[in-house]
Design a protein around this ligand. Structure first.
Ligand code: NAD
Length: 300
């Protein structure tokens, strides 16, 4: 099967690499020449635009940064919608606003094209291994049609509900992960201040009620988890700006629903501040480096 893949960045490149390993032929497009060259290195052929990628494939997958990029790639001039015949299926795997997923789905439905949302969790190591968690929103028939391609990229493909509900599951998950990264960083800064060894503290927490995925697999303190971004100078990984975006999606969703939210907005502001100090394109766990004790005199 020919798959059009639009957005071949940090996550898209390893994901399309797994499609190719499992026998799919991939036609790739990215606005960044460097990202497109990476896709070619993994065995994809090059498309000239999103419309070109769509025209040359039976299934279209997108992996783009945020809502505006998804609307652009599908609906702008030379966008995916221009290259699609009625009956085709599109799978957006980006993390975006569920309302935007529904809007794009409606626009495509007007020309007989089907759309599902299938955001992912697990980060770069699991994208490389093909073991992502994939949460899917859409009609059952469409989800089943996409399942073989999704199974090539992920170990757990979970159908959550109608279009947009995969994104709802994802923003709920990232609310917890984003808050955890700040909480783990704060805890390890306190431990450091008291001279408690980070490795010993990690062993304690791993067996206690504070254990989290972020600490186990994405430890913000360098040198404790070999595959964590912190052990590679915080090269992403998952960029601080993307996590701040995801917490923003959670905050917006809560505002629409009139759900009071305290912790997620606070974590979002910490990440935004880290971004304004140059960490926006570093891994989100670099927030640990930002939460340094202030230099100077003893506290008053
Ligand atoms: P990225 O910025 O590395 O990659 C996105 C790619 O999209 C870039 O190469 C960019 O050039 C391209 N792009 C932007 N607009 C385009 C357009 N109009 N047409 C074609 N290409 C376009 O981001 P990423 O880390 O790969 O993340 C992609 C999505 O996956 C985001 O929504 C992110 O929140 C989500 N996500 C990321 C991770 C992670 O660990 N990096 C984990 C889970 C989910």
């Amino acid at each position: 099967m020919n798959v059009g893949f639009v957005g071949t960045g940090t996550m898209g490149a390893p994901m399309l690499g797994n499609l190719i390993k499992k026998g799919f032929a991939v036609v790739a497009y990215d606005i960044s020449p460097e990202a497109l060259a990476n896709a070619e290195k993994r065995g994809a052929s090059r498309a000239e635009s999103p419309a070109d990628a769509a025209r040359r494939s039976e299934l279209v997958i997108t992996m783009l940064p945020s809502s505006s990029h998804v609307e652009q790639a599908y609906l702008d001039k030379n966008g995916i919608a221009e290259g699609l015949r009625p009956g085709r299926l599109c799978v957006d795997m980006s993390t975006i606003d569920p309302a935007v997923s529904r809007r794009v789905a409606q626009r495509l439905a007007a020309s007989g094209v089907r759309f599902i949302d299938a955001p992912v969790s697990g980060g770069v190591p699991r994208a490389e291994d093909g073991t992502l968690a994939i949460m899917v929103g859409g009609e059952t028939r469409d989800v089943e049609e996409a399942r073989p391609a999704l199974a090539a990229m992920g170990a757990n493909v979970i159908h959550v509900g109608g279009v947009g509900s995969g994104e709802v599951a994802k923003l709920c998950n990232n609310l917890i992960a984003g808050v955890s990264a700040v909480a783990v960083s704060e805890a390890f800064r306190i431990a450091d201040g008291f001279g408690v060894d980070a490795k010993v503290l990690t062993d304690v927490i791993a067996k206690s009620s504070g254990n989290t995925w972020v600490m186990q697999f994405m430890h913000p303190v360098p040198g404790l988890v070999a595959k964590a971004a912190s052990s590679n100078d915080y090269a992403p990984g998952f960029m601080t700006d993307l996590m701040a975006k995801d917490l923003g999606l959670a905050v917006n969703a809560a505002r629409e629903l009139r759900v009071p939210l305290f912790v997620a907005p606070a974590a979002q502001q910490v990440l935004r501040l880290a971004s304004s100090h140059g960490l926006g394109r570093r891994d989100f766990t670099s927030v640990y480096t930002f939460l340094k004790p202030s230099a100077g005199d003893a506290p008053v």
